[in-house]
Design a protein around this ligand. Structure first.
Ligand code: UD1
Length: 358
């Protein structure tokens, strides 16, 4: 029996596609929505192939309320939404701020409007980012949900901060709205089937796609941006989380939203959104492994896991990079019963297996 129908926006994207698979395998009916602005059409067929059955899909731009409204009219029985549809490149957001605000903010406003207007229960899992913490002070590492949010430097980061503000204000205003915001650290890797994975367009900006393209000979070497940071080996430290583990957290978040007693007392441990948290219909979780890995550790880990040589050179620091950040994921473990436990070698191998299919 189905656990209910979930709307999945940005369903053909990197994290969206992996979450689609996990939600279906956990017993939910999923309606995927995407406009393929930054994803490929054949992802929908690939999802079907992994699942072994047809999937529900609607092509629509979530920032177009008419088009998005039609999806809601057709699927009036949805019980929750997982909202990924957004642009995600930090550098591009600096050049095209309006694109980012339109896509990331207007889509969210439309989603909240359409979810809440019928007076039915509106459950939203929102795709946030550790970018909301900015450059954390050393004493806040590993970073927990109650750490201060520092003003982000990019329109992308600001759009995630604004989205959390909008959602938390809406929770106060709409008693039928319940929200779970998930702050991702650095998602990497691909589905074990190697049918879905990350599909960067042009030269990859993120580390792992650049690593796998270099290993495949598409790029002649990887530049390690900086070896003079105040870290043990001098390169930056991040919390790299397997995209399938990350996807599974969304299933837990939806389970929690659908299962929770709306008025259950909650521990108010988020100084940023106290009023929203008091409603008992607002929660935020870090999704990371809890372990920091340096760029050089990842590079050597990749060579060890795959047996493939990876030519790299030390290059100057990349502007705007944060020296080190990793998660304290214990709240998600405590309240969602979730943890990321796939070994990094397996994760890096999955990224390589995916690259080999491209
Ligand atoms: C970036 C964004 C983050 C976003 C995430 C998406 C910033 C400040 N943050 O994270 O908001 O959610 O992408 O995954 O831009 N590196 C190299 N060589 C490369 C590429 C990267 O050394 O060719 C290093 C970077 O300096 C960094 C680490 O690898 O230390 C990870 O970089 P990246 O994958 O781009 O992610 P973030 O910058 O952490």
């Amino acid at each position: 029996m189905s656990k209910g129908k979930i709307l999945l926006t940005g369903a053909a994207g990197y994290i969206g596609s992996h979450t689609w698979v996990e939600l279906c395998q956990a017993g939910y009916d999923v309606v995927g929505v995407d406009n393929f602005y930054n994803s490929e059409r054949d992802v929908v067929e690939r999802i079907s192939k992994i699942l072994g059955h047809e999937v529900m899909f609607e092509e629509a731009d979530c920032s177009d309320i008419q088009a998005f409204g039609k999806v809601f009219a057709k699927h009036s029985d949805i019980v929750g939404a997982v909202h990924f549809a957004a642009c995600k490149a930090v550098g591009e957001s600096i050049d095209k701020p309006l694109l980012y605000y339109r896509n990331n903010i207007v889509s969210l406003l439309n989603l909240i409007t359409l979810m809440t207007e019928k007076g039915k229960k509106a459950n939203i899992v929102f795709s946030s980012s550790c970018t909301v913490y900015g450059q954390p002070d050393k004493e806040h590492l590993p970073i927990a949900e109650n750490a201060p949010l520092k003003r982000s430097l990019s329109p992308y980061g600001k759009s995630k901060q604004m989205a959390e503000e909008i959602l938390s204000d809406s929770v106060i205003a709409y008693p039928n709205l319940k929200v779970c915001a998930l702050r991702y650290f650095n998602p990497i890797g691909a589905h074990p089937s190697a049918l879905i994975g990350e599909l960067p367009r042009g030269v990859p900006q993120n580390l792992v796609p650049f690593v796998t393209q270099t290993a495949a000979g598409i790029r002649d070497h990887l530049s390690v941006f900086g070896d003079d940071y105040n870290t043990p080996d001098g390169s930056c430290i991040r919390d790299y989380i397997y995209v399938v583990d990350l996807a599974k957290a969304h299933v837990k978040a939806i389970d929690k939203l659908l299962g929770d007693d709306a008025n259950a007392p909650v521990a108010i441990d988020e100084p940023t959104y106290v009023e929203a948290a008091k409603t008992g219909r607002w929660s935020v979780y870090n999704l990371g492994t809890g372990k920091g890995l340096s760029v050089l550790e990842l590079v050597h880990g990749f060579m060890k896991a795959t047996g493939v040589d990876l030519p790299y050179q030390i290059a100057p620091r990349r502007q705007g990079d944060i020296e080190q950040v990793w998660a304290d994921p214990r709240k998600a473990e405590r309240e969602l019963g979730w943890r990321a436990d796939t070994p990094i070698e397996e994760v890096l191998l999955s990224a390589w297996n995916w690259q080999k299919t491209l």
